[in-house]
Design a protein around this ligand. Structure first.
Ligand code: GTR
Length: 428
């Protein structure tokens, strides 16, 4: 018996070593993955104004400091999105009251945004729970590969927008055979069963994710402006995707299906960065969820743990504004760090989710951002509820929610279970 137990232990140990090896190799080389190698840094104080005044009340925060921080993020990190009001039309192009085995009603809506002779179509897919009293709260999400990939439902329209060449796609066109390939990331049935509507759109409808000098997508829509040269403070792609979330919210506000005061937004990875920025600039979003958003999202940049500002600006030169490149290997000169992005969500509930195997996104740095944002939440009488990073799979659901789960960079059923509990708790 003892031998069997010993054998089992040895096997588990070998398996652990093996998965550690795979995991270590999966992270790009030459970056920091150990806490002992993190440089000393000090964070800018979200409660000290540009003129040195200390914020002591929520009114002072709302009237002065919040705007200062927001403007710093616009000018130095994500860029300023156009304020111009342009024409937005909505058309429900399809509706089926017996979807997802009868539990839901499906709607597909085209949001057409026009400026002069240019226009852009955002395709919003909505499932709403059947047999519920309306209006209902909802999760508005942004997806990576097209609406047809979030579920195997054969009626979902296939995107006509540019898609990444991956898994055998060669011509940047979406394929019929990819229906449902990302469904493990979207617990749509659980969302519906919990009494929420689920809405999603494809990020490539808003801005194709490659650097074309800001000609296509939402940037291209504003090309007709007199401006010929982009400014260093102009919006990048993350700001464009966030702008797309706001255009979907414009539609949601017109539709009596939705409880307009209970709309949560959620995104993963680069789209988790997007969800945080959208929540900062558009206060209509009542709850904000960042899944494994990492560098330029929830993680503190000054730690230089995993992905760095220099690396992200080099791999993805179109995501942020030009000014952000000033902070390549120079993070301490940036007037903001990402805890201040989280603070812009206050006093709304915000959730930061990390994964143990996602060192590239710096789970500890994501947690420390939550801690760094807490003084702002405290002005409103709210907090996170812990002072140390919780153990894996031990979520905390204060007004700031946080968990680190086992597993890799991904969205899982476990993540969705937490988001649903968190929304249940905070959407009374
Ligand atoms: C990675 C990038 C991350 C994260 C991720 C994703 O390549 O380094 O910042 O955004 O992509 O969006 O999947």
């Amino acid at each position: 018996m003892e031998n069997v137990l010993l054998g089992k232990k040895a096997l588990n140990f070998i398996l652990l070593l093996f998965s550690l090896l795979i995991f270590v190799n999966a992270q790009p080389k030459g970056y920091i993955y150990e806490e002992s190698k993190v440089v000393n840094y000090s964070l800018p104080d979200p409660l000290i104004c540009n003129d040195g005044k200390k914020v002591g009340s929520k009114n002072f925060w709302n009237e002065k400091r919040r705007n200062e921080i927001l403007q710093l993020f616009k000018d130095e990190v994500y860029g300023n999105s156009p304020q111009k009001l342009i024409r937005t039309e909505f058309e429900v192009i399809e509706k089926e009251t017996v979807a997802l085995g009868g539990n839901a009603t499906r709607r597909q809506v085209v949001i057409k945004v026009s400026n002069a002779n240019r226009s852009l179509d955002i395709n919003l897919l909505i499932y709403s729970p059947n047999g519920m009293k309306f209006p209902v709260p909802a999760f508005l999400t942004i997806n990576f590969h097209g609406n047809h990939t979030v579920s195997s439902d054969p009626e979902i329209k296939i995107t006509q927008s540019w898609v990444r060449n991956r898994n055998g796609i060669k011509n940047n066109r979406a394929r019929e055979m990819d229906r449902g390939i990302s469904s493990s990331r979207w617990s749509i049935n659980q969302v519906i069963e919990s009494g929420y509507a689920f809405a999603t759109f494809y990020y490539g409808d808003v801005d194709p994710d490659f650097h074309d000098g800001f000609k296509n997508g939402a940037h291209g829509l504003f090309e007709t402006e007199i401006r010929t040269k982009r400014k260093d403070t102009d919006w990048g792609s993350i700001a464009a995707w966030a702008w797309g979330l706001s255009r979907c919210m414009d539609y949601i506000h017109e539709d009596s299906l939705f409880d307009h005061k209970q709309i949560a937004i959620m995104g993963h990875s680069r789209l988790g960065k997007t969800a945080l920025w959208a929540g900062a600039i558009d206060e209509r979003f009542a709850l904000i969820i960042s899944n494994n958003s990492g560098c330029g999202g929830a993680a503190l940049s000054r730690r230089r743990f995993g992905e760095t500002v220099k690396r992200i600006n080099t791999s993805f030169p179109h995501w942020f504004c030009e000014n952000y490149k000033k902070y390549n290997a120079n993070e301490e000169k940036c007037p903001v760090d990402q805890h201040m992005l989280i603070s812009l969500a206050a006093p709304r509930p915000v959730y930061i989710a990390s994964a143990e195997g996602d060192l590239w996104a710096d789970p500890k740095g994501e947690f420390l951002s939550a801690i760094g944002a807490e003084p702002v939440y405290k002005l409103f009488g709210y907090g996170l509820g812990v002072t140390e990073q919780p153990s894996v799979n031990e979520p905390v659901h204060g007004r700031i929610g946080y968990h680190i789960r086992t597993g890799k960079h991904d969205v899982t059923e476990y993540d969705w279970e937490q988001y649903l509990k968190f929304a249940d708790k905070h959407f009374e």
